[in-house]
Structures are given as structure tokens and as C-alpha cells.
Design a binder for this molecule. Structure first.
Ligand code: NAD
Ligand code: TYD
Length: 359
């Protein structure tokens, strides 16, 4: 039987967050007979409602718990006979890492170490089966910032993280790499560009702008708005991760990107135009009148771009969605799911917003 046809028992950490929950739905649709266990601490960014349609399904389980809790993970791996870990759990927002880096070191570095260590012992006790995988989901931000003329990040670009978030992810990547080289633990690392789509927490650029347009609030663009990101629709990221689990080689790194480099100001302007077209009764129209340039983020990386040649040539994956198509789908989702995002604008969120943007 081909490895990709084998039934799996997959542990998805951070499966109640943005990309994790999209991936849980993706995997359950693609492999309805697999056992799927979600482990998530339900921090401010985790939301059990993201998985509501799966609750009660026979081969799906949600476990509320922390990836730093070694006994919990040891038990889970054994009890559920896990063969695959897809590790998404992390503190993920750069602005929060600037306000308070502690949780980033704890979860991203110590949490990843705890998972790796638990998986290593479990895998050894099982007799090192060949069909086990540890997928470590990471970011392109570990490579630092590009100048306009620099080539895009490849798998051999040296690491140069600039924020506490990217530094903590870099640390976790190095651990995942070391566990393969030292202990032969079958880890695979992916470094992906900026995602967007359904279930994205309101603090991130695209949902923040959609929600502020609906509320008639200013659209805060950092600095001169000329920073560049390479945007990837989250569904394309999920299909890339599936490809890497099924066909990727242990010990390897794969860069994942959308071939969609866009300046922030151009992205926000396009979003405004699409909102004007798709959203009824906007409080301010044209909504681009709400664009406001604000004080820059400290250490703000200028440009990210991914060279995704390796995953394309070795594993045959390419992204399908265009930026405009993906933004239309995303806007429609936020318009149809106001009950999802409205409760997230809590007092805690308002306090955070005040700290980052002022009044
Ligand atoms: P997110 O913040 O939306 O979700 C993170 C999830 O992890 C939440 O459900 C949270 O409750 C959970 N979590 C946090 N700390 C935990 C802990 N100690 N134990 C257990 N669960 C915990 O993040 P996301 O945007 O979905 O990102 C997921 C992963 O993908 C991260 O590792 C991130 O670095 C990586 N990534 C994100 C992007 C992006 O654009 N968002 C791009 C590339 C890579
Ligand atoms: P973000 O979604 O925070 O992702 P990341 O920092 O991980 O790339 O931000 C994307 C880009 O948008 C980044 O260059 C910072 C910028 N940005 C703003 O201009 N205003 C905002 O309010 C936010 C949240 C981000």
C-alpha cells in the first residue's frame, strides 16, 4: 500500500486557531476514515466554534490542553496510537510579541521542544516505525527582511529573524531540524508566507481591515504602507501541508508561497474596492477614505517573498487561488459570519487594540 493511502491517526496541535482549524476541516474532508485528535490550549486565538461541525463525529476528538504539558502529550500519543503530528500551536502575532515576548518563548520554543521530546521517546518505544511523521509548521519570517532587488527566500536562505515572534519560530525550527539530524526523528519543516481566509482572528491585517470597514473605523496602515508580503489563501496552504505529509521527505524543509507579492497599501486599497462592491450599507463609502497612516511597527520587516520551486518540482504542488479571488471569498465569509467575529471584539481585544493603535 502507498504511504499516502495508509489510514492515519493524526494529532493536530493548535487546531482551534486560524490555519489549524482550516487544516482540520481540510484533512477530515480528504480522509474521513482517519482518526483526528485536536490539542489546543484555547488561548485568546483559539476558538472551539471553528470546529463545531466536527464535534460528535466518531473519529474526531478535541482535547483542551497545553503543548508544554509533557505527561498529557505522552499519554495522548500512546492512548490514541498517533503516527502523525501536524504542529500548528503557537503564539502567532508579531505586534503581541513586541508587547510581551514571554508567551512566545514558552509556547513556540519550550512547547515545540516538549512535543519533539515526547514524540522521540514514543517513536523509539514503538521501534522507530517508518510511517511516522512530525510536521513542524513555520513561517517565512524566520528569514528576515528582503531588499527590493533581493531574490526570494529559498530553503537555503540563512535565518535572520527580526521580531520576538520570528526569533521564537526560528528557535523551534532549529529544534525540529536537530531532532532529525541527532535522533533520526522523522521531522519535516515548512516555511510559509502570509495566509488569509476564513477563521482569521481580527487582529491580523486582512480581517482587521474588513471589520473596521464594516464598523466605519479608521484603517491603520503602518509606516508608509510600502512593506511587501507574499499572500497565500489558507486553502492553498492546507493542500501544500497535505502534500508534504504524504510525499515530503523526513529531514527536509519546504518553502510554501503564493507568488503574490503585494504592497500593504495596494492590498488595503483593493480590499476597500471589493468591500465597496460586496458589502451592503457601509457606514463610509468609498471605504478607502478610512485609510490612515499610523506610526510604524518597531523593527517592521520591509519585504517577504517565497521561492516555492522546491515544493513545485519535487512534490508537484502549486497554489490555485489569485489574490483577488481569495479576497472575494474571504470578504464574503466575514459578511456571512458576523456571529463568529463579533464576540471576538471583547474587552481584552479592545485593551490590546488601545495598546497598539492608541485611541
Ligand atoms: P493562531 O494564533 O490563529 O492559532 C494558534 C492556535 O494555537 C490557537 O488555537 C491557540 O489556542 C493555540 N495555542 C497557542 N498556544 C498554545 C499552547 N501552549 N498549547 C496548545 N495550543 C496553543 O495562529 P495561525 O495563524 O493559525 O498559525 C498557525 C501556525 O502557522 C503557527 O505555528 C504560525 O507560526 C504558522 N504560520 C502562520 C502564518 C500566518 O499567516 N498566519 C504563516 C506561516 C506560518
Ligand atoms: P500581519 O497580518 O500582522 O502579518 P505579519 O506581520 O506576520 O506579516 O501584518 C501584515 C502586514 O500588514 C505587515 O507588513 C504589517 C501590516 N499591518 C498594518 O499596516 N496595519 C495593521 O493594523 C496590521 C495588523 C498590520
Amino acid at each position: 500500500m502507498l504511504f499516502s493511502e495508509e489510514k492515519k491517526s493524526i494529532l493536530i496541535t493548535g487546531g482551534a486557531g486560524f490555519i489549524g482549524s482550516n487544516f482540520v476541516h481540510h484533512w477530515c474532508n480528504r480522509y474521513p476514515d482517519d482518526l483526528v485528535i485536536v490539542l489546543d490550549a484555547l488561548t485568546y486565538a483559539g476558538n472551539r466554534h471553528n470546529l463545531a461541525s466536527l464535534e460528535g463525529k466518531e473519529n474526531f476528538r478535541f482535547v483542551e490542553g497545553n503543548i508544554c504539558d509533557r505527561p498529557l502529550i505522552d499519554n495522548l500519543l500512546k492512548q490514541e496510537n498517533i503516527d502523525t503530528i501536524a504542529h500548528f500551536a503557537a503564539e502567532s502575532h508579531v505586534d503581541r510579541s513586541i508587547l510581551g515576548p514571554d508567551a512566545f518563548i514558552q509556547t513556540n520554543v519550550f512547547g515545540t521542544f516538549t512535543l519533539l521530546e515526547s514524540f522521540r521517546h514514543y517513536w523509539n518505544a514503538q521501534g522507530n516505525p517508518e510511517n511516522h511523521r512530525f510536521l513542524h509548521v513555520s513561517t517565512d519570517e524566520v528569514y528576515g527582511s528582503l531588499k527590493p532587488e533581493d531574490p526570494a527566500f529559498s530553503e537555503t536562505t540563512p535565518y535572520a529573524p527580526n521580531s520576538p515572534y520570528s526569533a521564537s519560530k526560528a528557535g523551534s525550527d532549529h529544534l525540529a531540524r536537530a531532532y532529525y539530524h541527532t535522533y533520526n526523528v522523522p521531522t519535516i519543516i515548512t516555511n510559509c508566507s502570509n495566509n488569509y481566509g476564513p477563521y482569521h482572528f481580527p487582529e491580523k491585517l486582512i480581517p482587521l481591515m474588513c471589520i473596521n470597514i464594516l464598523l466605519g473605523k479608521p484603517l491603520p496602515v503602518y509606516g508608509d504602507g510600502q512593506n511587501i508580503r507574499d499572500w497565500l489563501y489558507v486553502g492553498d496552504h492546507c493542500s501544500a501541508l497535505e502534500t508534504v505529509i504524504q510525499q515530503g521527505k523526513p529531514g527536509e524543509t519546504y518553502n510554501i508561497g503564493g507568488n503574490n507579492e503585494v504592497k500593504n497599501i495596494d492590498l488595503v486599497t483593493l480590499l476597500c474596492d471589493l468591500m465597496d462592491e460586496l458589502a451592503p450599507n457601509l457606514p463610509v463609502k468609498p471605504s478607502k477614505e478610512l485609510i490612515t497612516f499610523v506610526k510604524d511597527r518597531p523593527g517592521h520587516d520591509r519585504r517577504y517573498a517565497i521561492d516555492a520551486t522546491k515544493i513545485k518540482t519535487e512534490l508537484g504542488w502549486t497554489p490555485e487561488e489569485t489574490v483577488e479571488g481569495g479576497l472575494r471569498r474571504t470578504i464574503q465569509w466575514y459578511l456571512n459570519n458576523q456571529d463568529w467575529w463579533q464576540p471576538l471584539l471583547s474587552q481584552e481585544y479592545q485593551d490590546y487594540y488601545q495598546k497598539v493603535y492608541g485611541s
